[in-house]
Write a protein that binds this ligand. Structure first.
Ligand SMILES: Cc1cc2nc3c(=O)[nH]c(=O)nc-3n(C[C@H](O)[C@H](O)[C@H](O)COP(=O)(O)O)c2cc1C
Ligand SMILES: [Mn+2]
Length: 459
């Protein structure tokens, strides 16, 4: 069953015992963060904070922080969550324009616009300000097309808020395009409190210009209804709880200081830097809006965000490498490595093939560690990978390859000022002529012992 809006999904969570209501007043500065940090560790429920200090709006957090809730959101089997969702995401369904939508039941322009009416959170005491953490940023460009993604937003004033575009994500390219065109500003629409398929689709990383709202349609098996914005040339999902409309001003004066804020790596990342901001021209919302926020750090943000991206990276890296190296049999990104460690399995056909694969993958910006294993090792199974590292690497120094500096992505806390980091490759493979079979007891004896063995396990 597809959910048309956030409220229907909250009802479903409540029926399933996956939503907890907090009726005592909590402070969005630090208190909500403190509760959510714990809930992430214990895999607790989603929470609806009914009374948030300083705001009239209820706030939901931890919405998709567990695989159980991701499976409820997509109405699929938790055991095959990622496979199912990926398969479904291929049948793109374009959004559909409608005349009106609940997200514009209340409309505020000009002096009525005040971001302070929202329960903006400071999750960690070190965060540089009050944030909108789960704004779904919608962009349109005459050449590039559409984009939907979550970028964190630090509130600057009643009508100014930062947008954290980074070079490896598409919003950055949309802004650059607008800047290249001279003084044209970039229109921005931010949807807050969307149905869960849109939330999940915002985390897919298809090619630039591919509209993630078509993926949302695919995940729901139903087009997303869109309405035209009131003050800018953009469309937003009609059933959204809250919409913020505005634009990024053109250069030169289009950046203001932002940060620090906890990254998904559990590091605060860059300190305060000047980044783009948006000027708000209108706020529209439902009569009874629910504000959506996420905990930062290794939390819901990582669960709902990176897991999808990493799953995509696996597919992408596999497609890329298979074009060159036909004998690659699989790629797995190691759980817990935050996307930094890729393991590749290879049916080696000539000496040096494993080294070629290793060099190739380490040169991409994604991976800091690459381990190559033989095709009898499952690259998704960390115990098997550790076994291969223990037993099939180190015969010669060549098995360990260090690249002293290579460009990488900006989320690595160890990068230097040129965004470079030292990378490590491990060849945990056998020589080509080295046969290997797991030593096992004599087959006949095993057969004779089978009745006794079966009694042991039938206990
Ligand atoms: C809660 C949350 C906060 C995020 N914050 C940012 C951010 O500030 N900047 C960013 O570039 N990506 C951020 N992401 C990740 C992007 O939304 C995600 O990688 C997206 O797929 C990028 O899409 P794009 O390639 O179309 O830009 C965040 C993800 C989540 C779930
Ligand atoms: Mn995109």
């Amino acid at each position: 069953m597809a959910f048309d809006n956030l409220a229907d999904f909250l009802d479903r969570l409540e029926e399933s015992g996956e939503l907890h209501r907090v009726s005592v007043e909590v402070d969005p500065r630090n208190e909500i963060g403190a509760i959510c940090r714990k809930l992430n560790i214990t895999k607790g429920p989603a929470v609806l904070f009914e009374k948030v200090k300083g705001s009239k709006m209820p706030l939901v957090s931890q919405l998709l922080a567990t695989n159980r809730r991701l499976a409820l959101a997509l109405d699929c089997d938790e055991r095959n969550l990622f496979g199912d969702a990926l398969k479904r995401s291929a049948n793109l369904i374009p959004p559909r324009l409608v005349d009106r939508g609940p997200c514009q039941e209340v409309v505020k322009y000009g002096r009525q616009v005040d971001l302070n009416e929202f329960p903006l959170v400071t999750n960690n005491p070190d965060d540089g300000g009050r944030y909108l953490t789960a704004g779904h940023v919608i962009l349109k460009d005459p050449e590039l097309g559409y984009n939907l993604a979550i970028y964190r937003m630090m509130c600057r004033s009643r009508n100014e808020v930062n947008l954290r575009f980074i070079p490896s994500h598409h919003g950055w390219a949309f802004l650059k395009k607008a800047e290249e065109r001279g003084r044209s500003a970039l229109p921005v629409a931010v949807a807050l409190g969307v149905d869960p398929a849109i939330y999940i689709a915002s985390q897919f990383e298809p090619r630039i210009g591919a509209n993630e709202l078509e993926i949302a349609g695919a995940l729901r098996n139903k087009a997303v209804d869109m309405v035209k914005c009131k003050t800018i040339d953009l469309e937003v999902p009609a059933n959204t709880s809250i919409v913020i409309e505005g634009f990024c001003p053109p250069p030169p004066d289009n950046k203001i200081d932002e940060g620090p804020m906890m990254e998904f790596t559990d590091y605060s990342g860059t300190a305060t830097v000047a980044i783009p901001y948006m000027e708000v021209t209108a706020i529209t919302m439902r009569r009874q809006p629910v504000f959506h926020t996420t905990m930062s750090g290794n939390s819901e943000e990582h669960r709902v965000g990176c897991i999808w991206s990493f799953f995509g990276y696996e597919q992408m890296a596999l497609t890329l490498i298979k074009k060159q190296f036909h004998h690659v049999t699989g790629i797995g990104i190691m759980a817990g490595s935050h996307g930094f460690h890729a393991v590749v399995s290879l049916k080696k056909t000539y000496e040096g093939e494993d080294r070629q694969v290793l060099n190739y993958l380490l040169s991409t910006q994604y991976f800091k560690y690459v381990t190559v294993v033989d095709d009898d090792v499952d690259p998704h199974n960390s115990e098997q990978v550790e076994w291969a590292k223990a037993c099939r690497a180190g015969r010669t120094p060549d098995d360990f390859v260090v690249f002293p500096r290579l460009p990488t992505w900006e989320m690595d806390p160890e990068i230097d000022k040129h965004w470079q980091v030292t990378k490590l490759g491990i060849l945990a493979t056998r020589a080509i002529d080295e046969k290997y079979e797991v030593p096992t007891p004599d087959r006949n004896v095993m057969e004779r012992m089978r009745p006794i063995y079966e009694k042991c396990v039938a206990r």
